[in-house]
Ligand binder design. Sequence first.
Ligand code: ATP
Length: 317
Amino acid sequence: MKIAVLTSGGDAPGMNPAIRAVVRAAINSGHEIYGVMDGYAGLVSGSFEKMSRKSVSEILDKGGTILGTARLKEFNKPEVRQIAIHNLREEGIEALVVIGGDGTYRGAEALTEMGFPVIGLPGTIDNDLPCTDYTIGFHTALETIVDALDKIRDTSSSHQRCSIVETMGRHCGDLAVSAGLSCGAEFIITPEHPMNKEDIIERLKIHKSEGRRNAIIVITENVCNVHEFAEEITAKSGFACRATVLGYVQRGGSPCAEDRILAGRMGAYAIDLLSQGISGVAVGIQSNKMVHYPFSKVLASKTEPMDEIFELATKIR
Ligand code: ATP
């Protein structure tokens, strides 16, 4: 079978190990494999390149994606997807593996509905995809955040400050919750666990009166303007407060072992599924087992918030 692979949406560390796994597993199973440059945009422009074992040599430890990624808004138009399918068929390609987030899955579902076989792998640092315990990139981003939080704690303590640290995650608090537990953050604020500003300020006043030297607030992006919140804390709590937005640093870097293993398992599993004639599904990991569900089910499901980790962070604070 001729199979193509692409990465789409925001880049995530672990996309390269996932590409490598797809390419090597495909070749080792007797398939031909093509790389598509820059996500769905490359399907539409016909940017295909045949890949060999060597095409994916020495990329396990590289951040980003060697295939490039892009956002192509027009891919929600059937006529644009029709061009993509036409280009794939012209090249003799019979199936596609996409690595990306929920938008990428929407594109994949639409291609599936138009009769083209697609398998999805969850590639995003946000861990915001349902039907999988973890997404490729989450654990590396978590390590990056933990490293940053530990460093910010040093300066916070030296200057007796409160620090607000904003993580990525969009509508999913998993990065903030996991990092908050890992670093003993005094407060964790996420879309699933919203804040009560007044309560936080009151508790900071108590912290100060008890002689504590610092406090860390980890917060998911889009919850509030962290710089304004820092000013409010400074004005009302007795702690000088500074906000740090970690930003794109969270998306880069060499994938950690956990992400490399996950990417390897998922990439190989995708090729196994295609070899068995299964498509139209997204791959996940649940209770350390590989699973797959139709895109329609994944896109209609909700992620499970990390309530247990959040409660634990409170319990052992
Ligand atoms: P991340 O979670 O990192 O942002 P993502 O895959 O969700 O990744 P998006 O930009 O939302 O990133 O989606 C990637 C691409 O998928 C879009 O640029 C677009 O080409 C395609 N896509 C998104 N939504 C749809 C849709 N409803 N129909 C068809 N294609 C879509």
